[in-house]
Design a protein around this ligand. Structure first.
Ligand SMILES: [Zn+2]
Ligand SMILES: [Zn+2]
Length: 268
């Protein structure tokens, strides 16, 4: 394994919690075996939640980071959940690519540079993969390659071990998932209805909101958190003629899962 800081070969340095640790003999950087995406639910304990909407690095909105930092500070959020599609991987998607855009390698370089600022502000994030985020693994699968042959996001982008990845999370009875697999303006509340529990989703860039459903016994909300993309970037060209433009926003969940809040950014 190469050091993510100086690219020197790292040596094994014992284990912790059953995970192999590595140390760089050159710069001293230490890291632990990265967690891969798991299908098992991860239950998060306490704290106010900030939900990062789809960012699609390196094609995120120029004010995305400062905006979410302000929201985090305003509501004193100490649990950060990335709702998916943190990375875009435009160059390897299954649709048309812009021939004048970055190559796959250039896009990785660009995203690796940009993610450093996010690591600084958010040293730990519960990340969900998303359909765009999963593109390297979807590509590999389409060519018959096992996921075990692939490097983790943490290795590729030099992310801290505290950025963990799962398909979904649950906190205070609220479910957090990307939301691919459903379309339409009521998608976010339909997720909640079908899950029969309050649910927060991303994925649909041009819908955002909070809506409630109730049964005889319980009340639950669905919140769609919009996105924080740069809609003028070439990677987002496909949405150029859509009547509905992306809604730039992020979510907050307070009061032990009872109070969802959508914060919108009034800059385009
Ligand atoms: Zn997205
Ligand atoms: Zn998506």
């Amino acid at each position: 394994m190469n050091c993510t800081r100086c690219q020197t070969n790292m040596h094994k340095n014992g284990t912790r919690d059953g995970k192999q640790r590595w140390k760089c003999g050159s710069c001293g950087y230490e890291k632990q075996e990265s967690k891969r995406v798991s299908n098992s639910p991860i239950i998060i304990d306490s704290g106010n939640v900030l939900v990062l909407s789809d960012l699609h690095l390196p094609f995120e909105h120029r004010n995305a980071l400062s905006f979410v930092c302000k929201v985090r500070d305003k509501y004193k959020c100490d649990v950060i959940i990335g709702i998916g599609d943190f990375f875009d991987f435009h160059a390897i998607n299954f649709h048309e690519h812009n021939p004048d855009g970055y190559s796959s390698g250039q896009e990785l370089d660009e995203a690796t540079i940009k993610v450093q600022k996010w690591i600084k502000e958010f040293p730990s994030i519960y990340q969900i993969e998303g359909n765009h985020g999963a593109l390297p693994f979807r590509r590999a699968k389409s060519h018959g390659l096992s996921r075990r042959l692939m490097r983790s996001y943490n290795e590729v982008f030099g992310l801290p071990d505290e950025w963990i990845w799962s398909d979904w999370y649950e906190k205070d009875g609220v479910r957090y998932e990307h939301g691919d697999g459903r379309r339409g303006k009521y998608a976010y509340v339909n997720w909640a209805a079908d899950n029969m529990q309050s649910t927060v989703t991303g994925h649909s860039h041009s819908t955002a909101g909070i809506s409630y459903r109730a049964s005889n016994k319980q009340l639950y909300f669905g919140m769609g958190v919009g996105c924080l993309i740069d809609r003028h970037s070439y990677a987002m060209e496909y949405g150029k003629k859509n009547a509905r433009k992306p809604i730039l926003s992020c979510g907050v969940v307070l009061d032990n899962g009872r109070l969802p809040i959508l914060e919108t950014m009034y800059i385009f």
